[in-house]
Design a protein around this ligand. Structure first.
Ligand SMILES: Nc1ncnc2c1ncn2[C@@H]1O[C@H](COP(=O)(O)OP(=O)(O)O)[C@@H](O)[C@H]1O
Ligand SMILES: [Mg+2]
Ligand SMILES: [Zn+2]
Length: 249
């Protein structure tokens, strides 16, 4: 007679040629997997933020592919899934700064949401307040968006960035076109955001490929000090960009 179920304790659960205990268990695991997939999708939607936030491409970041030197530069508390940690990562373009933060942040949000007992993911979503207010801002895109929406939503958006529980400011300095109007206007928005966050003691995670000296030249010493003091910068050297030929995938 063929074996229907290998688990000895299930032998009383064979019905119509099938083990219903095993079926129940696999249905349960399917439901959990579905729940997790749905939650990841919604977390990414939250960070995507109508395109000014985390890009789809960035959302494919994998923790396993974060270079060791970048991982070392990130505070252990953030690597362990805590969301209320501010820091800066500087270094050349393409070395994996943005992807590292994206991978750890989505993981942190997932852990956070697993610690919270909710009846359903829909319930958690409907009452947004249950999600920590994490805002991802790709700064060059942000400046562009803010400028083209100066009369229509920009002020509200800037307040959102200023008051988020955790703000990611990605690629500071890349928006700068020397001597242009963008420069002063973007700098004054950044100034307001950083000062508000400094006063409210809210953490900011930021990346840049511009040296600290150049950041000071671009945004002024006071703003840079209020960014770096609570959110210390680690500059990563010795890494090659990911997309260079010959670099292991
Ligand atoms: N952890 C990762 N998982 C998957 N792909 C990665 C990862 N880190 C880097 N990459 C690849 O390298 C490219 C550059 O990484 P990125 O984080 O954008 O660099 P940076 O922000 O330092 O300029 C990405 O577009 C991606 O293709
Ligand atoms: Mg980047
Ligand atoms: Zn069974």
């Amino acid at each position: 007679m063929p074996e229907l179920c290998r688990t000895p304790e299930h032998q009383d659960a064979i019905l119509d040629g099938e083990c219903w205990k095993c079926r129940k268990e696999s249905e349960r695991l399917d439901a959990i997997a579905q729940f997790r997939a749905e939650r990841s999708r919604r977390i990414l939607d939250l960070l995507w933020d109508d395109g000014r936030g985390l890009q789809r491409r960035e959302a494919r970041a994998e923790r396993e592919r974060i270079p060791g030197l970048i991982l070392e530069a990130i505070p252990g508390r953030f690597r362990a899934g805590h969301l209320e940690v501010g820091f800066g990562i500087g270094g050349g373009t393409g070395i994996g700064k943005t992807q590292a933060i994206a991978a750890l942040l989505t993981e942190g949000l997932t852990h956070w949401s697993e610690r919270v007992i909710v009846p359903s993911i829909q319930g958690q979503w409907d009452s947004r307040k249950d999600f920590p207010r994490v805002v991802w801002s790709s700064w060059p895109d942000e400046v562009h968006w803010l400028r083209s929406n100066a009369v229509n939503g920009a002020e509200e958006r800037v307040e959102r960035l200023a008051m988020a529980h955790l703000l990611v400011l990605d690629d500071l300095g890349r928006e700068r076109l020397k001597g242009s109007y963008t420069e002063d206007w973007g700098a004054s928005q950044l100034d307001h955001i950083i000062n508000s966050r400094y006063r409210a003691e809210l953490p900011t995670i930021w990346t840049t490929n511009v040296s600290q000296v150049d950041l000071v030249r671009l945004y002024g010493a006071a703003t840079v000090r209020r960014l770096i003091e609570p959110n210390p910068l680690s500059w990563v050297t010795g890494l090659k960009p990911f997309n260079l030929p010959g670099r292991p995938a």
